[in-house]
Write a protein that binds this ligand. Structure first.
Ligand code: BGC
Length: 753
């Protein structure tokens, strides 16, 4: 037992019941910086503990921080190292703002393209998701901040997320929805957040089978399980199911009350008698009205389950006292792991004297906010995450091209969708500024035209506010924009670049996959005026592209964050090779799985995951729908040939990738595993045609080649057999297909199992 474990044990002996209860539910943060707050215990030197959002950057109200690209953009790089670096950078910013826990990564598997939070997640594939989740956790925790993979599990939609039951087979849970969480736990995640939704009828905050049996016992998770905000549904059932920490533990009104100069009116969590006294003294609640987000928002009354009520439940014998000890120990254990206890990381604390310890390398890191390095990383990911869906040769642009830059939101960066992941940057490059800077530096020119009405952001924080109706924050209005102006600009230019976007927020799904407003009409009109039209799409996930055959190039930029215009320019002008690949399939709405209302958004409170494991490319490969752009798709400005594939051993393949173009490029090599033919139908579950086994990104200079080795994940070989209740691997020969996407496989080898 190391020092800190002893320290946690000592603390448990000394903490009173009230102090332990105080450590397992949130309080009002006197500094109003944290999203969730636990006051320390001064007499025992237990420090305050702060939890903060989120996946795109640190969200501390009033304090800007680096606004990174959306996780989906990062996943499109297929380079988990960038996810590790991004996690570490966000964690450094969290430390600089005195935060201890980051409420990220979000890693729900993308099941439906409509989900309002897909941009916060990684992929429709569990192996890609797991790789990014693990890398993110490692990055965050390398900077003495605890990572919080969320939302455990099957929070696949925002419509009715607070109440809907995801009815899923165990096989689909095991093969698709759980592996990302297992990978995050294996990477050492110190905290896991439960989802709002129910799974097979039971709220995740009360799901003993999934929280205690699977997460804690089977996956070996020894950190704390925290509820989503206002997502603790009960006292006894939640505590006994294994939930360790209730957040935020204070009313919504108290959460939203800004810090006052004199905080004496607000309880700082020191009151352990069980009175609800976390409210500001004056003006208090009317009913919360969530308007169109109703059903996507949790019940704000769920904020006092693990305070006095938990003490009473223990007294009544309904929750064992040992459960409270375990809950408190798990929280304290993560304080220790992050170096928050005594300022020393648990992993590095020696058993030596106090003096020796404070001199050891285990001292906690201080962090750094919005450094040049963080800005550059945000820019690199934003550029490398862009996926070139189509290109008839118009890209890269000539340095001196005269460009018509067209679109409704060019005077701002597209930072993200609405909700708890909203991040405010210190500095950002708008789309127009980025393109103008690059164009004019080499003798080109840019004419800007808005074309159509601005697409407004949607956000849970605007609930109840009137729509701005074309009015901009700067007082301007959309009254005089017209498609004609955009067409005139396009006609006069060498090339037209149209930048379009969707509207997505937490707590609601996109109604459909079309671009909002008149953006499709705008693209059509510009494409008719200039046959060198490039479209860049800023979106939370797939969108429909009815005009795709009429334009010369299409780029999926996701939500690029603060580096918006700079990253777009880097790819358009070829300073960065577009090496992003699709982490989600693009298809028309009607072609996706879960297209029946019973499946999505659900009927009578239940969404039935009838499609089982046939989600994403597994669905399209089975011939159940037609993709526009398959999973893994994306062009480079270079050209690659694949040669000499071979199986190195039963879980590794190697292939040579030759860049036969005259420019350097970066390739994402993908290896998919196909199961052997079943001996008899009875023998075999209905299996996907192929599953991603592994991938690698590689820089290949012009005219050169590289040997690439790819490890294949066991998940691609195994199947979960509910009848035999467990993982099985069918004996036989597995084909391993290697190539550029699930729809463009170049070579094949095989491995025996
Ligand atoms: C979201 C979480 C977030 C939490 C705290 C919830 O609405 O679902 O992802 O971390 O709020 O802001």
């Amino acid at each position: 037992m190391d020092h800190q474990t002893d320290r946690v044990r000592e603390l448990l002996d000394e903490l009173t019941r009230g102090e332990k209860l105080s450590l397992v539910h949130g309080h009002v943060d006197p500094t109003r910086t944290a999203t969730g707050y636990l006051p320390g215990v001064e007499r025992l030197d237990v420090p305050d503990f702060r939890l903060v959002d989120g996946p795109l950057g640190v969200r501390v109200p009033g304090t800007p921080s680096t606004a990174f690209p959306a996780p989906l953009a990062a996943a499109a790089t297929f380079d988990p190292e960038l996810s590790r670096q991004k996690g570490a950078a966000i964690a450094r910013e969290a430390r600089a703002l005195d935060q201890d826990v980051l409420l990220a990564p979000g890693l729900n598997l993308i099941r439906v393209p409509h989900c309002g939070r897909n941009f916060e997640y990684f992929s429709e594939d569990p192996v890609l998701t797991g790789a990014f989740a693990a890398a993110s956790v490692e990055g965050v925790q390398s900077e003495d901040v605890i990572a919080t993979p969320k939302h455990y599990v099957a929070n696949s939609q925002e419509t009715d997320r607070a109440v809907v039951s995801a009815d899923i087979s165990e096989r689909a849970l095991r093969e698709l929805y759980l592996p990302g969480f297992e990978a995050a736990v294996d990477a050492g995640a110190g905290s896991v957040m439960t989802a709002y939704n129910r799974v097979n009828g039971t709220h995740m905050s009360e799901h003993g089978d999934l929280v205690t049996d699977v997460l804690k016992e089977e996956f070996g998770f020894d950190g704390f399980v925290v509820s989503d905000w206002y997502g603790t549904e009960s006292t006894v059932a939640a505590a006994n199911a294994g939930l360790d920490l209730e957040m935020p533990g204070v009313s919504m009104q108290a959460m939203m009350t800004p810090a006052m100069e004199d905080d004496t009116d607000i309880d700082d969590g020191g009151d352990l008698d069980g009175e609800r006294s976390d409210e500001p003294a004056d003006e208090m609640p009317e009913e919360m009205d969530f308007g169109e987000l109703e059903g996507g928002m949790p019940d704000p009354e769920n904020y006092d389950q693990f305070g006095a009520a938990l003490g009473e439940a223990i007294d009544a014998g309904e929750v064992p006292e040992s459960r409270l000890d375990d809950m408190a120990a798990r929280v304290l254990g993560q304080m220790a792991a992050a170096g928050a206890l005594d300022g020393i990381r648990a992993s590095e604390a020696s058993a030596g004297s106090e003096d020796e310890r404070s001199e050891s390398s285990g001292a906690r890191t201080d962090g750094a906010l919005d450094t040049d390095e963080h800005r550059e990383l945000a820019s690199e990911i934003a550029a490398r995450g862009q996926v070139l869906l189509e290109n008839d040769g118009v890209l890269p642009l000539a340095d001196d091209a005269d460009v018509a830059l067209i679109g409704p939101n060019l005077d701002e960066p597209t930072l993200g969708g609405g909700g708890s992941s909203e991040t405010t940057p210190v500095e950002a490059t708008t789309t127009a500024d980025g393109i103008e800077a690059r164009a004019t530096s080499e003798g080109g020119s840019v004419t800007v035209a808005q074309g159509v009405q601005r697409i407004e952001d949607k956000s849970i924080f605007d609930v109840g506010e009137d729509d701005a109706d074309g009015e901009h924050a700067d007082g301007g209005s959309d009254a005089d924009v017209s498609i004609d102006d955009a067409v005139a600009a396009a006609e006069a230019a060498d090339v037209a670049v149209v930048v379009v976007r969707d509207q997505a927020t937490e707590a609601a799904d996109r109604e459909d996959l079309r671009l909002p407003g008149e953006q499709d009409e705008l693209v059509e009109a510009v494409a008719a005026a200039n046959d060198r039209t490039v479209v860049a799409i800023r979106s939370s996930g797939p969108v429909e592209l009815p005009w795709r055959e009429d334009v010369a190039a299409v780029l999926a930029s996701w939500y690029p964050g603060q580096a918006d215009g700079e990253a777009l320019a880097a790819v358009c002008y070829g300073d960065v090779d577009p090496s992003g690949r699709l982490p989600v399939t693009f298809a028309p709405e009607s072609e996706y799985p879960a297209s029946e209302p019973e499946q999505y958004p659900g009927v009578d409170g239940t969404a039935t995951y009838e499609e089982g494991v046939f989600v994403g490319y597994r669905h399209f490969d089975a011939g159940r729908g037609e993709a526009t752009y398959p999973f893994g798709h994306g062009h480079s400005y270079a050209a690659f040939e694949y040669r000499d594939v071979e199986a190195v051993d039963e879980s590794t393949v190697a292939v040579t990738v030759a860049n036969v173009a005259e420019r350097d490029g970066r390739e994402v090599v993908q290896a998919y595993v196909r199961p052997p033919e079943a001996d008899s139908a009875a023998d075999e579950l209905d299996r996907p045609v192929r599953e991603l086994g592994g991938f690698a990104t590689v820089d290949v200079p012009a005219g050169e080649s590289a040997r690439v080795t790819i490890s294949l994940d066991e998940l691609a070989f195994q199947q979960f057999d509910e009848e035999q209740a467990g993982w099985t691997t069918t004996d036989g020969e597995y084909a391993v297909e290697v190539g550029r996407s699930a729809g463009d496989l170049r070579l094949e080898t095989s491995v025996d199992r």
